[in-house]
Design a protein around this ligand. Structure first.
Ligand code: EPZ
Length: 434
């Protein structure tokens, strides 16, 4: 497997164009399955999770072509409602196909996505919501079977938790339901609004996306459409934190500053100077970050759980103690033992981590435990003295396009190497091109 070799202590400077949002592109691509026509999705990041989603679309019968960051999906023909386990298990968020396939085919069968590194990831809210839309849902032998031969029927659905995935499944399934659906306590993440924008371009009638109550007026069918995926706010936050941990000065291009509110506020509290101008943001970090008293993850518009691990890396070298409270996922501190290998001082009790800033981190050999935990280890390596090795890069490849290339361009000393024989180093690009 590949690994990153990072020589820490280099101040990051320059500008980076932020990729399209993975967590917007995934549901939008899945939603193509309910559209009878050709959709062209621009600004799609080049990631393994996108590849997994395209594999499922092709299995369903869609013709999919990829040219750079543009994915064209011809879903005129869909000839199955079954997704094999092998494809479902490539990416747990494939559960987002449930609503699209059931709405299009009148039935769907997929394997239970199962948990992942950050938690059990139950889908009870998805299944209860799809039942409210008239689907008969059965679970047997680790598989889910949906049956709605008469199509979906509009309903009032209240989510006990503003689940992003459950909101997305309802949006997609309810577009062609008979009658109107009202979704109460819907997730408000920007990716929800982006999905709704795409579906409305396809002929759907969705209002209120981005608020807590969303109304979907059913239409008979959806056609294809062109769409430009919004920038990835989590990747943007990760680059802001790379600047913060290296006392750097970095400009982010192609972002939506309003999506970064809580991250910007916390980094300003830590002493960073952040200036926003239309679709770009400049962050200039102090030589020593001040500790932020509390980092509490919340559903949007609160502080994003996906930025908790990268933010914790910055807390490790701040002047003071930060209390990190992870309210969304039950097992999202797996980066803590790896950060402690750098000499970080972190105590965990349940969903609370007490991070006491230290003066210096020492390079370490660490393994990425999951996608965002992996990036936290890269940030720690950028700040640490000496040469850090980060393994298990497949986690990071799920969400960050050419991370080492981009960081190198900003002045980091980071290389992606193969470690089969422990010595062979890739020349050229810092990021290995498969
Ligand atoms: C989406 O996951 C994102 N993934 C996650 O990003 C993100 O962390 C999460 O939203 C929260 O913002 C994608 O968009 C592909 P949820 P999702 O349903 O939809 C519980 C990343 O790093 N829950 O809002 O799975 C669940 O266990 C990933 O890019 C139920 O109990 O998140 C969790 O505790 C990680 N029952 C909480 O709700 C359900 O039926 C939030 O889950 C569904 C969820």
């Amino acid at each position: 497997m590949d690994e990153y070799r990072i020589e820490g202590g280099h101040r990051l400077q320059g500008s980076v164009r932020v990729q399209g949002a993975k967590n917007s592109a995934l549901p939008i691509l899945a939603a193509c399955a309910v559209c009878r026509g050709i959709s062209v999705i621009h600004n799609c990041p080049q990631l393994s999770d996108i590849d997994a989603t395209i594999n499922i679309l092709r299995h369903l019968g869609c013709k999919v072509t990829v040219e750079g960051h543009t994915v064209t999906v011809d879903s005129t023909q869909i000839n199955t409602g079954h997704v094999p386990d092998t494809l479902m298990q490539e990416m747990r968020s494939s559960v987002i196909f449930l609503g699209a396939i059931a709405a299009r085919m009148g039935k769907a069968s997929v394997s239970l996505p199962g948990g992942c590194e950050i938690g059990l990831r139950p889908i009870d809210l998805h299944l209860d919501a799809l039942r409210k839309l008239g689907a008969v849902v059965t679970e047997e032998g680790g598989h889910i079977y949906l049956d709605c031969p008469e199509g979906m029927k509009g309903s009032v659905i209240s989510l006990s938790f503003p689940s992003v995935g459950a909101t997305e499944n309802v949006l997609i399934a309810a577009c062609t339901a008979k009658g109107t659906t009202t979704l109460v306590n819907a997730a408000r993440e920007p990716e929800i609004s982006d999905l709704a924008d795409f579906l409305n371009r396809c002929g759907a009638r969705i209002t209120g996306a981005g608020e807590g109550i969303i109304t979907i007026e059913g239409v008979s069918a959806l056609h294809g459409a062109q769409h430009h995926v919004i920038p990835d706010r989590i990747v943007a936050a990760s680059y802001m934190l790379a600047a913060a941990v290296t006392h750097g000065n970095v400009t982010l291009q192609n972002i939506i500053p309003a999506h970064l509110g809580p991250v910007t506020a916390l980094l300003q509290e830590a002493g960073c100077d952040i200036r926003v101008h239309e679709k770009q943001l400049n962050i200039s970090a102090p030589s020593q970050l001040k500790a932020m008293p509390t980092v509490r993850t919340m559903p949007y518009p609160g502080f994003p759980t996906d930025v908790q691990a990268p933010m914790m890396a910055a807390c490790c070298i701040a002047d003071g103690t930060t209390i990190v409270i992870e309210t969304i996922f039950e097992s999202r501190f797996r980066h803590v033992p790896e950060l402690c290998r750098f000499g970080a001082d972190i105590l965990v009790d349940g969903r609370i981590a007490v991070v006491k800033g230290v003066n210096v981190l020492h390079a370490a050999t660490v393994s990425a435990p999951d996608l965002r935990g992996g990036v936290a280890l890269v940030l720690a390596g950028l700040a640490a003295q000496g040469q850090t090795t980060v393994r298990e890069l497949q986690h990071i490849d799920r969400g960050y396009e050419s991370l080492a290339d981009e960081l190198s361009r900003l002045g980091a000393d980071i290389r992606r190497v193969k470690n089969e024989d422990g010595s062979k180093q890739e020349n050229g690009n810092a990021d290995l091109k498969e």
